[in-house]
Design a protein around this ligand. Structure first.
Ligand code: FAD
Ligand code: DHB
Length: 384
């Protein structure tokens, strides 16, 4: 079997890459170890930057996103007994974000690929990448797929990054001493906009998916298990953190899904080796406070598509050679923003009273200075 681009992983990165390549007349095969049902149900991110929305719409997979996605023109920062709105329309005119679940993006992309006769293999076993320097190929479940280029879109725990010989990659990482417990609940959102809350009990985030489904996150200890968090405990803790301003009441409902996500930052450089190109979580992870993970994956894929289009058009390798450098600028900006948002809003066990006062002072600055608020807004909606 032969294709031009062998793609490992049917997450947002792998699926979007396959779709964008198809629009340029470039063939690909996507190899995914999970089932279609599993990847379509996996609840993860929900905030799409303007650039991500534009990419999906321009690629012809934005119809449901434009119909069902929820445009947002601001977020609330809540701390010290008050809420403060970061108003995108004033601070970064014309730019906004759209709330639309990652698994909906995945469903839309799978549907588009299959409708166009695309080749996605689900539940493939033992994918391995070989001969990365030249004539690369993939093996899986006793089969072999020869390709010109391999795209490693298999997330943080995938096989593509470890296939790169030792000593090639520089790795930068940080583990945070806490995790996020995320839930999806069948209840109307209690707020029109996202609320990022800092309290002495820890961070909480109120997000949503639709007029009848809400999404929440709680800062929990790094070793927290879902079993430690029965529904009543989750609602009690969300109330204790979110009902920290007068007049705000959190409406509770049936919890449909729960999961604990470790908080980690990670970058592997360069994002390429020989004929293997890494995209999305396979190359970098951010703590989710800045809502950047999915958006970075889409940005990588945009760059990789242009580079591959040039390569397959006339054999030019300039853009491919510069792929990693072109992506890493945005990746590091997002790393800094995500670290900054995380540091601003979470409680750290080992922090002394001095550090706590600094954090509150910075929050006061961000919510009172237009320049500081603009920095937040500009990064949150995403750099062009
Ligand atoms: P992934 O979505 O991880 O896709 C990789 C795909 O590769 C998966 O389908 C996987 O099954 C497949 N795969 C892995 N190994 C193999 C293999 N050996 N062979 C074949 N296939 C393989 N970001 C936010 O902005 N906000 C959030 O709230 C948020 N929550 C998250 C919760 C969790 C549990 C995780 C893991 C991530 C979360 N993120 C969040 C980050 C965001 O979801 C990711 O940045 C985004 O999914 C990256 O897309 P991707 O396609 O690069 O990787
Ligand atoms: C969501 C996730 C995030 O990481 C974030 O910062 C905001 C919203 C969400 O899943 O809705």
């Amino acid at each position: 079997m032969r294709t031009q681009v062998g793609i490992i992983g049917a997450g947002p990165a792998g699926l979007l890459l396959s779709h964008l390549l198809h629009l340029r007349g470039i063939t690909s095969v996507v190899l995914e170890k999970r089932s279609r049902d599993y990847v379509e149900r996996r609840v993860r991110a929900g905030v799409l930057e303007q650039g991500t929305v534009d990419t999906l719409v321009e690629a012809g997979v934005g119809e449901r996103l434009l119909r069902e996605g929820l445009p947002h023109h601001g977020i609330e920062l809540r701390y010290g007994g008050a809420g403060h709105r970061i108003a995108f329309e004033k601070l970064v005119p014309g730019r906004s974000i759209t709330v639309y679940g990652q698994q909906e993006v995945v469903k839309d992309l799978i549907a588009a690929r299959l409708a166009a006769g695309g080749d996605i293999r689900f539940e493939v076993e033992d994918v391995e990448a070989h001969s990365l320097e030249s004539d690369p190929y993939l093996t899986f479940g006793g089969e072999r797929l020869d390709c010109d280029v391999i795209a490693g879109c298999d997330g943080f725990h995938g096989v593509s990054r470890p296939a790169i010989p030792e000593g090639v990659l520089s790795v930068y990482e940080r583990d945070y001493p806490f995790a996020w417990l995320g839930i999806l609940a069948r209840v109307a959102p209690s707020s029109e906009e996202l609320i990022y809350t800092r309290t002495e009990r820890g961070f909480a985030l109120h997000s949503m998916r639709s007029p009848t489904v809400s999404r929440f996150y709680l800062q929990v200890p790094a070793d927290a298990r879902v079993e430690d968090w029965p529904d009543e405990r989750i609602w009690a803790e969300l109330k204790a953190r979110l009902e920290s301003v007068p007049g705000f009441t959190l409406t509770t409902g049936e919890i449909m899904e729960k999961g604990v996500t470790p908080m980690r930052a990670f970058v592997a450089e360069p994002m390429q080796y020989g004929r293997l190109y890494l995209a999305g979580d396979a190359a970098h992870i951010v703590p989710p406070t800045g809502a950047k993970g999915l958006n970075l994956a889409v940005a990588d894929v945009r760059v990789l598509t242009e580079a591959l289009a040039a390569y397959f058009a006339d054999g030019s390798t300039g853009l491919l050679d510069g792929y990693s450098d072109a992506c890493l600028k945005r990746v590091w900006r997002a790393q800094h923003f995500s670290w900054w948002m995380t540091t601003l809003l979470h409680t750290f066990e080992d922090e002394d009273p001095y550090a706590r006062r600094l954090q509150l002072s910075y929050l006061d600055y961000v919510t009172s200075s237009e320049a500081a608020a603009t920095t937040l807004a500009e990064n949150y909606v995403g750099l062009p």
